[in-house]
Design a protein around this ligand. Structure first.
Ligand SMILES: NC(=O)c1ccc[n+]([C@@H]2O[C@H](COP(=O)([O-])OP(=O)(O)OC[C@H]3O[C@@H](n4cnc5c(N)ncnc54)[C@H](OP(=O)(O)O)[C@@H]3O)[C@@H](O)[C@H]2O)c1
Length: 264
């Protein structure tokens, strides 16, 4: 499918943290018609209103009603799913099935399943905005390392993830491929140093390697979703062969991300 044939992009979950940043980046770029899919019943939402004021069409759907989804997706070339919630996989599956039926050309999911559709996997690492869950407690100036201090952590800001998603539509490598991008690749020790510089004080550091060990040994139960996420990211995301240089912009530096967190 020719990349230039993409005209209509539908974003599901666009009122969420991730989805909003993606929808906003598409609207700022300005070359696509943007639809946002919201779950019924209709409700007020600040992010939806903001996106609508920038030109997005808001469509309400019942994700359990295939006909409703098919009707909503007619004319869509690309779907970006940024759906959250506990039913994420089943909701995204329903979206995927309807997308196949109406001939959507590409599906960019938030979680991955085999579908037979053209796809792009965008690997961005941790969100800058979620660094706290990696063990950096800026309020108490305490860090807990869930991996060795020399472990490299890949992370990217949400606005940049939005921009990478938009530009991926024009990259040949993104067709049925994995795009790896990073706003920052620093070790836990280096991240700590940035936090110390920005807060102007020495932090207390402790480590808890049990979560990671349980994950590696597959001796779950892992106690919380944050533990699971933390262990997964620490073990798996030492990214090689980044595609950063295929994109037109330089990502926001990690120091900006940390400064915003510290001020919040
Ligand atoms: N790499 C990372 O560090 C990281 C961190 C967190 C999340 N994530 C990924 O990003 C995705 C989005 O996260 P988020 O925090 O932005 O999500 P979120 O705010 O929880 O949800 C996003 C939107 O999904 C829609 N939604 C929620 N429950 C739904 C349901 N049951 N059925 C249909 N739609 C539903 C809602 O939009 P409407 O009400 O407008 O329909 C909601 O605003 C996650 O699924 C996860 O895969 C990655």
């Amino acid at each position: 499918m020719s990349i230039s044939s993409f005209k209509v992009v539908t974003i599901a979950g666009a009122t969420g943290l991730l989805g909003f940043n993606i929808a906003d980046a598409f609207l700022n770029e300005g070359s696509y018609k943007i639809k946002i899919l919201r779950k019924k019943p209709e409700s007020e939402n600040k992010n939806a209103s903001l996106l609508a004021s920038k030109g997005a069409e808001v469509i309400y759907v019942d994700y359990n009603d295939k006909n409703d989804l098919v009707k909503a997706l007619k004319g869509t070339d690309v779907i970006v799913s940024a759906i959250g919630g506990n039913d994420l996989m089943s909701t995204q599956c329903a979206l995927l099935n309807a997308a196949k039926e109406v001939g959507v050309k590409r599906f960019i999911p938030s979680e991955f399943e085999k579908s037979g559709m053209e796809f792009t996997i965008i690997v961005t690492g941790f969100f800058y905005e979620y660094l706290e869950s990696l063990g950096f407690d800026h309020k108490n100036k305490k860090a807990t390392f869930y991996a060795d201090g020399n472990t490299k952590i890949v992370c990217t800001s949400l606005p940049d993830i939005g921009k990478y998603t938009v530009e991926s539509l024009k990259l040949p490598e993104a067709r049925n491929g994995t795009i790896r991008v990073a706003g920052s690749v620093l070790t836990l020790n280096e991240l700590l140093k940035k936090y110390e510089e920005i807060t102007g004080t020495k932090w207390e550091v402790s480590s808890d390697l049990t979560v990671r060990q349980r994950y590696k040994n597959n001796t779950a139960p892992v106690p919380t979703i944050v533990d699971d996420l933390t262990a997964y990211i620490s073990v798996n995301l030492d990214i090689k062969n980044l595609h950063n240089d295929k994109f037109s912009f330089t990502p926001r530096p990690i120091t900006e991300g940390i400064s915003l967190l510290v001020k919040s």
